[in-house]
Write a protein that binds this ligand. Structure first.
Ligand SMILES: [Fe+2]
Length: 172
């Protein structure tokens, strides 16, 4: 997922907390960041609880290292890196939400505080882009290569279930 999203109206427009901060539209930027944080949190929870353990607990012999399938050692190294990214995102976003709440509560916001918030989001966004690429091109492709169909279907169902667990304030 990226640090932006489109509205679902016919006049589709892309919003991101960063572009709203640049205007600055602090209130909208805060709401967008809050939603982004919640959506990212359910993704991270789904991966940490289901995808990563499924890969980590799979027999090493299934990771042949052939084609786009890694060796078991490479797979475990990647999981460590992805988990470390998750910890970084949650820690940084929690801190950024705290700072932005203070900015939103103390309008008019100081230019330096707003710029600091923007810079934090740029750093998070860049790391998230690389993270997503690694997951999409590697971790998410492995289950169909190493598990049978029913196992993959169960894993998909567990992931789907977790992704529905947005906080009630965002439920539609
Ligand atoms: Fe992830």
């Amino acid at each position: 997922m990226c640090l932006c999203w489109k509205t679902t109206t016919s006049r589709s427009r892309t919003y991101s907390p960063n572009s709203e901060l640049a205007k600055p539209n602090i209130s909208l930027a805060f709401d967008l960041l809050d939603l982004f944080w919640a959506r990212l949190a359910v993704h991270i929870r789904a991966e940490n609880l289901h995808l990563f353990p499924a890969i980590a607990n799979a027999p090493a012999s299934l990771f042949t290292g052939k084609g786009s399938l890694s060796t078991s050692e490479e797979a475990h190294d990647l999981l460590l890196r992805l988990r470390s990214d998750h910890d970084f995102f949650m820690k940084e976003l929690a801190q950024t939400i705290k700072v932005m709440r203070e900015i939103a509560d103390n309008q008019p916001a100081g230019a330096k505080d707003v710029e600091d918030g923007r810079q934090r989001l740029i750093i998070i966004g860049k790391r998230l882009e690389i993270h997503n690429r690694l997951e999409e091109k590697r971790a998410y492709t492995w289950p169909v290569m190493i598990f049978d169909e029913p196992t993959v279907a169960r894993l998909h169902e567990r992931l789907r279930h977790e992704l529905k667990n947005l906080p009630p304030r965002f439920a539609q």
